[in-house]
Design a protein around this ligand. Structure first.
Ligand code: NAI
Ligand code: CS2
Length: 468
C-alpha cells in the first residue's frame, strides 16, 4: 500500500467563525470540510468553521480543541492511502459544555453566514414533509423549554439574529433527504410560525435554504480504521477519519449572505439539485439499504463482503438499472449504466469495512426516499420492481430475526414485525408508506410473496431471482 501525507497549506490565523456546522460527526469531517479545505487552498479567504453538536459528543469536540481543530482525512482504497491535514476549524461549541444559549448566540454573530447541517434524517423532526408538532421535544420547546432539537436551536439563533438587527444567513442541509433544503425550510418555518409570526416572516425574507446532494462513503471509525491511519501517519490521530477517495457535492446556488469557496473546492453549483438527488438517493442509497438487510440475512457484515457475492452484486445492479434508473428523469451528460458500475466499484472498497448494520440503522427514515417512492413510480408505470420488493421483505425479516439496530420507530417496527402478519403489520404503520402506495393491494401482495420466498432461505432466493 502506498501512502502520502499532505500538510495543511494555508494560514489558519486568518480564519473567522463564518460557518457553523451542526451535527459534526464522521461525514462532516470528511465531506463539507474537505470541499472547504480545497476551496481555501485554491482561493484563500477567512471562511473558518465552528464545529457543533447538540446531544452527544462533547468529548469529540474537546478532542478537536486539544489540537486546535486540526485533523487528518485518510482517503483510502485497497492500494493507496492519502492523508490530508484539514485546517478549516476555528472553534467548537456544545450546549452541554458551553451553555444552552451558546449556539443561538453564535448564529447571531455578525460574521456568521452559513449553517451546515448533518443531523441525520430524524434530526429534522418532520412528518410527511412538515414539522411534526406532535414530536415530544418540539412540543417541550414550543411550550417554553430550552432548545434541544436542531430546529429549535436554529430558530432560537435566527430570533437572536433578528433582534440584533443583523442580516440573513444560509442554512445548507447535507443530509440524505430528497429536497433537503425545502424540508429544512418547512421545519424551521413550521417552528417559527408556532412561536412568532413576525419571526417567520423575517425568516422567509432573509434566510435561504438551498438543497444539496452529498456523496462520499464515510463509515464510522473503528479500531481497525484507526490502526490504518496510525500506520500511515506514523502516529495516532484520534480525530482522524477514513473514507473513500470519491467525493461529490451538488448545491443549489441560492445563498443569502456570501458563499464559501465550495465550488472552488470541487462542488457543483446548479439551479436544480433534484435530478442529482434522486439519482443518488435511489441508485446508491437504495442499493445500500437493500444490501444492508439482504446482505445481513446472507450472513455478511460489510458492503465489500456483499460485492464478493456475484449473485447479490448482479441483483443490486439489476435494482439500480432496471428498477431505480427507470424512475429517473434523464440528466444531461450522465450515463446511468456507467454511474451504476462506478457505484459497484466504490462498494468493493475493502479498506472501508462499511458495516451493514450501520447502514440499516434508522431504516424507517430511509425507506421512503430510497425504495417506496421509486416502487410507487414503477407500480404506476407497470414496470418491474422485484428486487425492491425483496429489499423491503428482507427489512421486515431482519426486524424479526436480526439484532435490533437504532431506529426512532424501533418499538413500533418490532412490535409489528413480530405480529401474526409481519408484512401487513409493518407496511400499515402510520406515516411510513405513502398513502397512495399503501392503498394498492399489489404493493403488499408482492412484498408478501418476496417475504415467503426469503423465509424459505435467503441464499436460494437470491440465486433463483438472480437467474430470472
Ligand atoms: P455520525 O453518527 O458520525 O454523526 C451524526 C451527527 O448527527 C452527530 O453529530 C449527532 O450528534 C447528530 N445527530 C444525531 N441525531 C440527531 C438529532 N436527532 N438531532 C440533531 N443532531 C443529531 O454520522 P455521519 O456519518 O456523520 O452521518 C450523518 C448524516 O450525514 C447521515 O445521516 C446522512 O444524512 C449524511 N451523510 C452521511 C454519509 C456517510 O457516508 N457517513 C454520506 C452522505 C450523507
Ligand atoms: C448510507 C449513506 O448509512 C447510510 O444510510 O447509505 O450514509 C451512504 O454511505 C452515503 O449516502 C454515501 O454518500
Amino acid at each position: 500500500m502506498t501512502s502520502a501525507l499532505i500538510p495543511c497549506p494555508y494560514e489558519r490565523t486568518f480564519l473567522k467563525p463564518r460557518i457553523l456546522h451542526i451535527g459534526f460527526g464522521a461525514f462532516a469531517r470528511a465531506h463539507p470540510m474537505v470541499f472547504l479545505h480545497h476551496g481555501l487552498v485554491a482561493e484563500g479567504g477567512d471562511w473558518g468553521v465552528v464545529a457543533a453538536r447538540l446531544n452527544s459528543g462533547v468529548e469529540a469536540l474537546d478532542g478537536l480543541d486539544e489540537v486546535q481543530g486540526q485533523y487528518h482525512v485518510a482517503e483510502a482504497d485497497s492500494d493507496t492511502i492519502k492523508l490530508r491535514e484539514i485546517g478549516v476549524l476555528c472553534g467548537t461549541c456544545h450546549p452541554a459544555r458551553d451553555g444552552e444559549d451558546a449556539i443561538p448566540a453564535l448564529i447571531a454573530t455578525p460574521d456568521m453566514s452559513v449553517i451546515l447541517l448533518t443531523i441525520t434524517e430524524k434530526g429534522y423532526c418532520t412528518k410527511e414533509g412538515q414539522l411534526d408538532l406532535e414530536h415530544a421535544a418540539i412540543q417541550a420547546e414550543l411550550a417554553g423549554g430550552a432548545p434541544t432539537t436542531a430546529i429549535g436551536v436554529l430558530v432560537a439563533g435566527l430570533q437572536c439574529r433578528r433582534a440584533a438587527g443583523l442580516g440573513g444567513v444560509t442554512i445548507l442541509s447535507c443530509d440524505n433527504q430528497p429536497d433537503n433544503g425545502a424540508l429544512t425550510r418547512a421545519a424551521v418555518l413550521g417552528f417559527a410560525e408556532a412561536l412568532d409570526r413576525n419571526l417567520a416572516e423575517w425568516i422567509r425574507t432573509h434566510v435561504r435554504f438551498p438543497s444539496s446532494m452529498v456523496d462520499r462513503i464515510v463509515p464510522a471509525m473503528t479500531d481497525d480504521s484507526h490502526a490504518v491511519v496510525t500506520s500511515a501517519l506514523g502516529r495516532a490521530d484520534p480525530n482522524a477519519i477514513l473514507c473513500e477517495p470519491f467525493r461529490q457535492w451538488v448545491i443549489e446556488d441560492d445563498f443569502a449572505n456570501g458563499r464559501p469557496p465550495f465550488a472552488e473546492g470541487g462542488a457543483m453549483l446548479v439551479a436544480d439539485v433534484q435530478p442529482f438527488e434522486e439519482m443518488k438517493l435511489r441508485l446508491l442509497n437504495g442499493a445500500h439499504t437493500t444490501l444492508a438487510w439482504l446482505g445481513q440475512l446472507l450472513g455478511y457484515q460489510t458492503v465489500a463482503d456483499c460485492m464478493a457475492d456475484k449473485e447479490l452484486r448482479a441483483l443490486v445492479r439489476h435494482l439500480m438499472l432496471a428498477e431505480q434508473a427507470a424512475t429517473l428523469r434523464p440528466l444531461e451528460g450522465i450515463d446511468l449504466a456507467a454511474y451504476a458500475d462506478e457505484l459497484l466499484k466504490r462498494f468493493e472498497n475493502t479498506r472501508l469495512r462499511h458495516r451493514l448494520d450501520q447502514i440499516a440503522s434508522d431504516s424507517s427514515q430511509k425507506m421512503p426516499q430510497r425504495l417506496f417512492t421509486p416502487i410507487a413510480a414503477n407500480l404506476e408505470a407497470k414496470r418491474d420492481w422485484s428486487v425492491s420488493a425483496v429489499a423491503v421483505a428482507a427489512w421486515i425479516i431482519g426486524l424479526r430475526s436480526l439484532t435490533p439496530v437504532p431506529d426512532p420507530r424501533q418499538d413500533d417496527l418490532r412490535w409489528a414485525a413480530l405480529g401474526d402478519d409481519p408484512v401487513a403489520g409493518v407496511l400499515s404503520l402510520p406515516s411510513l408508506v405513502p398513502d397512495a402506495l399503501r392503498a394498492r393491494a399489489e404493493f403488499q401482495t408482492t412484498i408478501s410473496a418476496a417475504f415467503d420466498r426469503l423465509q424459505g432461505g435467503a441464499k436460494s432466493a437470491v440465486t433463483t431471482i438472480a437467474k430470472e
